[in-house]
Design a protein around this ligand. Structure first.
Ligand SMILES: Cc1ncc(COP(=O)(O)O)c(C=O)c1O
Length: 396
C-alpha cells in the first residue's frame, strides 16, 4: 500500500485530499513522493507563514526538542513565559492562555466571556453574537459559533445562547445587543467565509457598541493574525482593540499552538482551576512560537508583506480587467480572494497539475495565502498560470 492508499483505508474520511504524499518542504516549495515540486500559495492554510522548514524555526524546534518537550502546566517553563511576554508586549493584551489549535483558543475565549459575567453574579448574560459566514472551528462550541449551516449538519442539538447577525451591518448588531449578551465574536477578515474584509468603519462601530453595552469584544485572528494581513494583527489598521483575541495557525509556523490573549480586566474571568489544557503551551510549541513571532513582528518584514500584498492584488486585478468571469478581488496583505462565476475547485485542480497549490472556498472563491516570504517572481509565475487557465474555454 502506498501512502495515499493507507490514508484512504485507515484515516477518518473527513477530508478530500489531492495528489501524492508530500515528503519535504523548503521555503515556498513542497516536493511529493515522485519528486515533483509545487509552489505553495496556501502555506498549509495560512500556517507556514515563514515558509516550510524555516531554518531559524527548525533550529529552535531542534534545540528545544533536545532540551525539554513537555512538563504540564503544573510547572513553569521558560519558552512559555517568553512567548506570553512577547505577545503581551506586541499587542493590546495583558495575559495569554495557551492552547493547541484555533478551535481550542476560541473555546477559551467563549468560556472566558461567559465566566467573566457569571462569576460577577450576572448569570443571565451568556449569549454570544457572531457573524453570518463566520468560521470559528469544529468543536461543539465553535461550530455553534460558526455562521455557516453546512458546518453544523448532523451535530444537533447545538449549544444554547449563540446567534448570528449579517457581517458589516452595524444596525443588525445593535438590534441584537441586549443585556443577555456577554460577547461579540468576529474575524477582522472572514477567511473561510470567502475572504471578506470588515468595512473600515465597521470594527470601530462594533467596538463602540460593545463599549456602550458593556459587552466583551472578541477578535478571532486565527487566520488573519501573525502578519498575514500586513500588520502583526489585522485589527491594528482600524485603530481599535478587542478585549480578547485568539491566535493559532501561523503562531508556530506549523507546530500546533493556539493562544487566547485578553486584557487584565477580561482575564479576571479565569481563576486557577477554571480552565486548562494538558498540552497548551508546551516548551516545544512555544519555542517555535517565540522564534516565529520574533521574525514576523519585525517592522521591515511586515512592510514587505504589505508591499507584496499590494503587488499581488494589482496583478490579480489586472486579470479581472481581462476576464469577465472574475467578479472581485479582495482581501488584505497576503490573504487574498478572487471571486469567480463558478467552479473554483476546477481552477484549484488545474493549478495543482501545473505545480501550484491554491485553494477554493465557498464554491466560487479562489483563496491565496502564500508564505509571507513569497517573492514577486513567484507571484508572477502563479498569475501567468491563472491567466492561461482563464484563457482556456474548457474550465467554464
Ligand atoms: C478564523 C478561524 N477561526 C478558527 C479556526 C479553527 O482553527 P483550527 O482548525 O486550528 O481549530 C480557523 C481555521 O481555519 C479559522 O480560520
Amino acid at each position: 500500500m502506498n501512502t495515499r492508499e493507507k490514508t484512504e483505508a485507515y484515516v477518518c474520511q473527513t477530508y478530500v485530499r489531492q495528489g501524492k504524499a508530500f515528503v519535504s518542504g523548503k521555503g515556498m516549495f513542497l516536493t511529493d513522493e515522485d519528486g515533483k515540486v509545487y509552489t505553495d500559495f496556501l502555506a498549509g492554510i495560512a500556517v507556514c507563514s515563514l515558509g516550510h522548514c524555516h531554518p531559524e524555526v527548525t533550529a529552535a524546534i531542534r534545540e528545544q526538542a533536545g532540551r525539554l518537550v513537555h512538563v504540564s502546566n503544573l510547572f513553569y517553563t521558560q519558552p512559555q513565559a517568553d512567548l506570553a511576554k512577547a505577545l503581551v508586549e506586541k499587542s493590546f493584551a495583558d495575559r495569554v492562555f495557551f492552547a493547541n489549535s484555533g478551535a481550542e483558543a476560541n473555546e477559551a475565549a467563549i468560556k472566558l466571556a461567559r465566566r467573566y459575567f457569571q462569576q460577577n453574579g450576572d448569570k443571565k448574560r451568556f449569549r454570544i453574537i457572531t457573524m453570518a459566514q463566520s468560521f470559528h472551528g469544529r468543536t461543539m462550541a465553535t461550530l455553534t459559533a460558526t455562521g455557516q449551516d453546512k458546518i453544523k449538519q448532523g451535530f444537533y442539538p447545538l449549544l444554547e445562547g449563540f446567534s448570528h447577525v449579517p457581517f458589516n451591518d452595524l444596525a443588525a448588531l445593535e438590534k441584537e445587543l441586549d443585556d443577555t449578551v456577554c460577547a461579540v465574536m468576529m474575524e477582522p477578515v472572514q477567511g473561510e467565509g470567502g475572504v471578506i474584509p470588515a468595512d473600515p468603519d465597521y470594527l470601530a462601530g462594533v467596538r463602540a457598541l460593545c463599549d456602550r453595552t458593556g459587552t466583551l469584544l472578541i477578535f478571532d485572528e486565527i487566520q488573519t493574525g501573525m502578519g498575514r494581513c500586513g500588520t502583526l494583527f489585522a485589527h491594528e489598521v482600524c485603530g481599535v482593540t478587542p478585549d480578547i483575541m485568539t491566535l493559532a495557525k501561523a503562531l508556530g509556523n506549523g507546530v500546533p499552538i493556539g493562544a487566547m490573549l485578553a486584557t487584565q480586566a477580561a482575564a479576571k474571568g479565569f481563576a486557577p482551576g477554571s480552565h486548562g489544557s494538558t498540552f497548551g503551551g508546551t516548551p516545544l510549541a512555544t519555542a517555535a512560537g517565540c522564534k516565529t513571532l520574533e521574525i514576523i513582528s519585525d517592522p521591515v518584514f511586515l512592510a514587505r508583506v504589505r508591499e507584496k500584498g499590494r503587488y499581488f492584488k494589482k496583478q490579480l486585478n489586472a486579470l479581472k480587467e481581462k476576464y469577465p468571469r472574475i467578479h472581485q478581488v479582495r482581501g488584505a496583505g497576503l490573504l487574498l480572494g478572487m471571486e469567480i462565476d463558478k467552479d473554483a475547485s476546477l481552477f484549484v485542480e488545474n493549478c495543482f497539475k501545473k505545480g501550484f497549490i491554491i485553494n477554493a472556498i465557498q464554491d466560487k472563491v479562489l483563496r491565496f495565502a502564500p508564505p509571507l516570504i513569497v517573492e514577486t517572481a513567484d507571484i508572477d509565475r502563479l498569475v501567468a498560470v491563472l491567466d492561461s487557465l482563464f484563457e482556456r474555454g474548457d474550465l467554464a
